[in-house]
Ligand binder design. Structure first.
Ligand SMILES: Cc1cc2nc3c(=O)[nH]c(=O)nc-3n(C[C@H](O)[C@H](O)[C@H](O)COP(=O)(O)O)c2cc1C
Length: 194
């Protein structure tokens, strides 16, 4: 099969990571993939902030988890049994799953395509990570992670413009499990050919 398509089909969200940090050249490649994503009006407005500070990532991940008020999984409805999410396992306190690298994608507030721009860049990064054996997961609603005094201080420290807001995080690290998570079967009836 075409390698690009194979990579897309094999990408899975990883939520169990080794402590070991990923290599600089691996991170650079993933960031480059993000930089080359499409952007509305060719504005290239997305800002990528890389944090490999364990303490900061853990604090932000805890703030994020504290904001979680989604559905809690049960035996029938769950996100992943192999790589449990915070909805699957309520004992997980860090919404970044202790991943050693957290990249936050920011885009201008009040820009109609802010989420779209970040999402396409994010997918490029997830696929780039998969292609070189790095585990990754998309973490949505990044603005929640900065929604307290600590988060606001971090944004100042990172020198993120106040007219930008966090859209999503991409967490990265070496997968703890050797075997790859299996995709859920695809729901039928989602393609309409007219
Ligand atoms: C917009 C969006 C937001 C997501 N937010 C989270 C999140 O906050 N936490 C998490 O563990 N996974 C999150 N995910 C990952 C999904 O749970 C995951 O993609 C889905 O369960 C399908 O699994 P797969 O990625 O292995 O195919 C998010 C994915 C998307 C597209």
């Amino acid at each position: 099969m075409n390698e690009v398509i194979k990579n897309m089909l094999e990408r899975r969200s990883v939520r169990k990571y080794k402590k070991e940090q990923i290599k600089e050249e691996e991170l650079d490649l993933i960031l480059k993939a993000g930089l080359y994503a499409p952007s509305a009006g060719s504005r290239q407005g997305v800002l990528f902030v890389v944090s490999q500070n364990k303490e900061t990532n853990e604090k932000l991940g805890r703030i994020k988890k504290a904001h979680f008020n989604g559905r809690i999984s049960d035996d029938k409805i769950y996100i992943s049994k192999e790589q449990p999410s915070i909805a699957d396992d309520v004992t997980i306190m860090n919404a970044f799953y202790d991943a050693p690298t957290v990249v936050t994608l920011f885009a201008p507030k009040n820009f109609v395509f802010a989420e779209s721009d970040c999402s396409v860049a994010a997918e490029n990064m997830l696929l780039a990570a998969t292609s070189i054996g790095i585990g990754s997961c998309y973490i949505g609603s990044a603005w929640e992670s900065f929604d307290d005094t600590f988060g606001q201080e971090i944004l100042k420290k990172w020198e993120v413009r106040t007219d930008y807001r966090g859209v999503c995080h991409i967490i990265l690290g070496y997968p703890l499990d050797e075997h790859k998570p299996v995709a859920k079967p695809r729901k039928e009836g989602r393609i309409i050919r007219v």
